[in-house]
Design a protein around this ligand. Sequence first.
Ligand SMILES: *Cc1c(COP(=O)(O)O)cnc(C)c1O
Length: 435
Amino acid sequence: MKGLTDKPSYIIELLEGGVTLEDVIDGHICEQALVEKSAFVVGDLGALMRQHVRWQSVVPRLQPYYPVKSNSSPAVIEVLASLGLGFVCANKAEVSLVLEHGVPPENIILSSVCKQLAHIKHAAKNNIQHLVCENEAELSKISRLHPNAKLLLQLTTEAHAAETSMVFGSSLKSCRHLLEAAKELGVQVVGVTFHIPSSCQDLQQAYTHALSDARCVFDMGMDLGFNMNILDIGGGFTGSEFQLKQVESAVRPLLDAYFPQLSGVQVLAQPGSFYVASAFSLAVSVIGKKVVPRHWDSLAQGENNEDTEFLYYMNEGVYGPFSRKLLGNSIAAPSVHKHVLCAEEAVYPSSLWGPTLDQLDQVVERCLLPELSVGDWLLFSNMGVSGLEEFSCLSSSPQLPVYYTVSTSDWYEMQEAGVALDSAMKNFSMLQYSA
Ligand SMILES: *Cc1c(COP(=O)(O)O)cnc(C)c1O
């Protein structure tokens, strides 16, 4: 690698010719093996653009507004901003971050359910007009501190309530109440927002309810004289093209019926995981190992040692980058990084643990892996959805190194897609990777 001249906030390695992401990971593992063996993250910025292309081809009517909470790495914000996305921010820090990347205030939505006064004032001062509101206490704060705001009413959905197990958003009845209160206070309401999480079992039913409720709120708002023109259908896109098409086929006929193109209603969505999940991988090393007599009763295929189970301890766990596990998400089994992996290697039931020796710090309950040694590396893909900042005070290494890469072909395509080199990409410092 070549050295740097000035100090960018991050470095991107441009992968030339046949250099692959795997080569880059290999390189960093070798580097890390010489130092303290810290876990590290590799981000493929080309993946962000490829997801964007996919989004535009499958759901062209849905304008993507990226929720910053999903992953607030500056490189992610920079690329998505230059691809022209809007942003959903939950607080003042996220708003400032996005503004620093040159995003126009009209492309920002301040979304948190319960906003601190200072954050509302900050939005007003920076000309951020679109605020999400779900109750009267919020409405009265906003009317005092940001009288020119344009509100999106947060509509509750069963699916979201089930996931968060708390009441979130307003029911239809309280929406009427809120609209009337807004009218009295002279605050504008311009639309509706809701969120259906990707864990939802029955997409068709969930979107049918949510969109017909949204139509009712639009009608109530218009009756009261509001200019209702923004519909935000939230997130819940896993990142797979298959699931995106499923959502599309659930949503499109409903939009055509309730919010046809001719109505002039602008339809937004908040794809978070969709853009970032697949763009980041995490490499961790094995720091400890235990062999225990096996107590699983199910017999999986491919196990040829049925009496043994391996417990491996890794240098990161649920109090670090695997915090999603504590929120009830499961973490997929990693791949094993070995320079020489022989094809016929036996696999054994294994479980993967973080470094704390705490019962909660189990990252993968069960998977089949070849026998590993202390010092081996494991590679977890689909690690792009945040977790890197949360719990960082407890993490063994609060700031994991992040290495950004982009392949030359993706890079050229990004430039063609209008990702402007001169202004928006000014922070990028291109390095050639010599494997
Ligand atoms: C987290 C969140 C999102 C992003 O969800 P994804 O499933 O990652 O797309 C969107 N909207 C709201 C309200 C959220 O809380």
